[in-house]
Design a protein around this ligand. Sequence first.
Ligand SMILES: *Cc1c(COP(=O)(O)O)cnc(C)c1O
Length: 232
Amino acid sequence: MDMHNIQESLTGIRGRIATAEARYQRPAGSVRLLAVSKTRPPEDIRNAYGAGQRLFGESYVQEAIDKIATLGGLDIEWHFVGPLQSNKTRAVARHFDWAHSVDRLKPARRLSEQRPEGKTPLNVCIQVNVSGEESKSGAAPAAVEGLAFAVHELPGVRLRGLMCIPARSGGFDRQRVSFRILEDIYTRLRGRGLPLDTLSAGMTGDLEAAIAEGSTMVRVGTGIFGPRIKKR
Ligand SMILES: *Cc1c(COP(=O)(O)O)cnc(C)c1O
């Protein structure tokens, strides 16, 4: 995609976010945009950066490390949104600012231990399985509170909130039901004293439903960069 198209798409997505904020009585600017740039070349990231985008999300560790090195001079906040297998945690702790997909205590402990000295704690979200049997990744809703308090204690990470990737479900109302489950847990945890400020919810196809249910960060890939490039 050339620069013009990425910039146009970004403007379109920002417009969708602003419209949804207004429609669902969310403060203007309360929803941040994470541009998910997995499989995209560094030039695409540069183009989005040129249009003011600063938060980028990646799913494949080695691909991400290469891009982070290539784009080292830019003021980018890097978010890891892929699955967190144990052989990935060291690189994520070293190279990223955020990890959205903590779903068990063990990888969270590793991220905390492996966060390099001198860096601020790694920002993390707990990924919640809001779709039951339809989806395998994410902590079960009933397990989230215990996990959240345990992660909150770890010195090398800072628990910021919750994340979900709902199973694809048809209409807007069904999408809202999934996001509502996430928001209910978030509200309860805040009520119990955890200082959370992030609901990472909503992608290209369902960001309006997520914003209606309190999302503070939408993760958009195809809506900005066009159809995904197949990984070889
Ligand atoms: C790829 C990806 C996205 C972006 O999805 P789109 O439908 O392309 O907007 C968001 N979140 C996660 C975790 C992803 O892996």
